[in-house]
Design a protein around this ligand. Structure first.
Ligand code: ATP
Ligand code: MG
Length: 414
């Protein structure tokens, strides 16, 4: 679990703001759910045969002896909340969420035990075009942040029946090659064979190149759907690559599955993963309703962005002050200026003017206001423009009576 430090949080803010604007424009509304859920929610939705439920959840008994789990992902909680509050009675839901998720994984670059996701969930949207709309929101969002080298990988998981037929064939094929599999995959052959397709072991990956693929087991409806999705992506000029081995880690997915990856991320290459989950609402006790969504891993996104969006905001004013009276006046002035919506850094070191000016420069403030004993006594403020780009031949120091609020604000806003 990692701390997000002040040097990084500015970039987080910038990214979150860009995302909120994008969601607003695309007609999504935010939903916030608790971090803690009853464990059963994840057993029912994600499925016990998955890594997430099988070995990654933070589960404990609370004081009332209920089994609770820190959410490992957002979809189950969103669907639970939607059902609990009857939101589907009001029609389709286009929702977004963000926040920390918890998985007990082996920490490494791009993989943490507390990480953050921003995601969307659309409920009640059926058509292949809605898959493409949802994918395009993710794609455009990442593009608008300036990311390059993104690849959209696409697959279809078909219907549950498609998967059952395929599953049988795959198990047979895997059993014939059992000794060649890595130890994790060996354990999965019976309980979650599709997940083996997603194995990160290079030998297993090489072996699987010849494995039967789900594409050959699709019913007509599934393959028509998949074709429609591809055509619509082409119409939007969103490039994609079909990856027949792409499966989502969670059990409830069907039809469209996709990931957005970047070659710059090393072995944890996926920045966004999502797909359709038409069975989930019913699984959680609602009437059969289609669903599609995705989640972006924020830490991986930050790795891709480097510090390209960390431009950060500098204060409008740095308040240099020294001496008993001056310090009192500065405190009052800082508060009044903040009330005028100016960003003010008040130096509270009591240190020398020289040191305070250095800090004023370093923080990138546009103006320094100086109050020393003289200014405090005479009721004046000394203003110093710190604008770097201002013509140096112009005067850059001004004396303003501290009673003349209008003039002061005019300077500070210039
Ligand atoms: P992976 O195959 O990388 O484990 P996943 O299939 O488990 O991913 P999802 O559950 O689909 O991932 O989550 C969506 C996104 O959340 C991932 O693409 C990734 O960007 C991010 N993510 C998932 N797990 C972690 C983690 N432990 N640490 C950081 N980011 C993560
Ligand atoms: Mg995972």
């Amino acid at each position: 679990m990692v701390d997000i430090l002040p040097t990084q949080s500015q970039q987080w803010h910038a990214v979150e703001l860009a995302m909120r604007e994008q969601f607003y424009r695309a007609g999504f509304q935010e939903i916030r759910t608790p971090l803690l859920e009853v464990t059963d929610l994840f057993l029912r939705s994600i499925g016990e045969a998955t890594d997430v439920v099988g070995k990654e959840m933070y589960t404990f008994s609370d004081r009332g002896n209920r089994s609770c789990t820190l959410r490992p992902e957002g979809t189950a909680s969103v669907v639970r909340a939607v059902l609990e509050h009857g939101l589907l009675n009001q029609g389709q839901q286009r929702l977004w969420y963000s926040g920390p998720m918890f998985r007990y994984e082996r920490p490494q670059s791009g993989r943490q035990r507390q990480f953050h996701q921003i995601g969307v969930e659309c409920l009640g949207m059926d058509s292949p075009l809605s898959d493409v709309e949802v994918i395009s929101v993710a794609w455009d969002l990442l593009k608008s942040l300036g990311l390059k080298d993104l690849v959209l990988e696409l697959n279809t998981l078909g219907t549950q029946e498609d998967r059952l037929t395929y599953r049988k064939q795959l198990i047979e094929w895997l059993q014939d090659r059992f000794e060649l599999l890595d130890s994790d995959s060996k354990k999965r052959v019976e309980i979650n064979p599709l997940r083996i397709l997603d194995s990160k072991d290079p030998n297993t990956q090489a072996l699987l190149l010849d494995a039967p693929t789900l594409g050959n087991f699709l019913c007509n409806e599934s393959s028509e759907r998949f074709t429609a999705v591809q055509l619509a992506l082409k119409a939007l000029e969103i490039p994609f690559k079909i990856n027949p081995r792409l499966v989502r880690g969670l059990d409830y997915y069907c039809h469209t599955a996709f990931e957005i990856t970047s070659s710059q991320l090393g072995s944890q290459a996926t920045v966004c993963g999502g797909g359709r989950y038409d069975g989930l609402v019913r699984e959680l006790g609602g009437t059969s309703t289609s669903g599609i969504g995705w989640a972006i891993g924020m830490e991986r996104l930050m790795m891709l962005l480097g510090d390209s969006m960390s431009g950060g905001s500098s204060p409008d004013v740095y308040l240099v002050n020294r001496g008993d009276e001056a310090e009192k006046k500065a405190l009052v002035l800082a508060r009044r200026l903040r009330g005028e919506r100016l960003a003010v850094q008040l130096d509270s070191s009591g240190g020398s003017f020289g040191k305070q000016f250095k800090r004023a420069d370093r923080c990138g403030a546009s103006w320094a206001i100086v109050i020393g004993d003289n200014e405090a006594r005479s009721g004046q403020l000394r203003l110093k423009s710190l604008h770097r780009d201002r013509d140096s031949s112009n005067a850059n120091e001004f004396i303003v009576p501290d009673s003349d609020w209008d003039i002061l604000l005019t300077y500070l806003r210039s």
